[in-house]
Design a protein around this ligand. Structure first.
Ligand code: DAT
Ligand code: MG
Length: 144
């Protein structure tokens, strides 16, 4: 199996709650490698591209506002089958029902807001990963 890369974001709720270390700990404990890391506050332009598949959905505007509400940690994570593997570590989208043992299941919940604050993003396919890594880390070489 070819080594793979995925784009992970520790969202602004994760940074505000002091969970960057816990989330990176889980990624590393699983055996994946942090290849790139960048703490930044995302502007609406990068988020519009990042979430273009969700444009027009009811949670889209709250999602973009939330994601630009403070610093987030962008990571490139590497390892065999890491795209699938990180999605599994993260748990399902709704933190209320995400399985215990996952990042979202253990550490996130519903706060009664219009957008789910579920701590992390992970690319959902090789095509998404390549597109998202190029968007968040435009200077790095797209290998493999
Ligand atoms: P995921 O982040 O699990 O890939 P997604 O790509 O479908 O989920 O949606 C992007 C983000 O938008 C998600 O992390 C939280 C928010 N979101 C998705 N569906 C939602 C919904 N029905 N209500 C509120 N927020 C939602
Ligand atoms: Mg998604």
């Amino acid at each position: 199996t070819q080594t793979e890369r995925t784009l992970v974001l520790v969202k602004p709720d994760g940074v505000r709650r002091g969970l960057i270390g816990e989330i990176i700990r889980r990624i590393e404990a699983k055996g994946y490698r942090i290849a790139e890391a960048h703490l930044r506050t995302a502007d609406r332009d990068v988020l519009t591209h990042h979430y273009e598949e969700h444009k027009g959905k009811p949670f889209y505007e709250p999602l973009v506002s939330f994601m630009s509400s403070g610093p987030l940690m962008a990571l490139v994570v590497e390892g065999n089958r890491v795209i699938e593997g990180f999605r599994s570590l993260a748990g399902t989208t709704d933190p209320t029902t995400a399985a215990p043992g996952t990042i979202r299941g253990d550490l996130a919940r519903d706060w009664g807001l219009p957008v789910a604050q579920n701590l992390v993003h992970g690319s959902d396919s090789p095509q998404s990963a390549q597109r998202e890594i190029a968007l968040w880390f435009p200077h790095i070489h797209q290998g493999h």
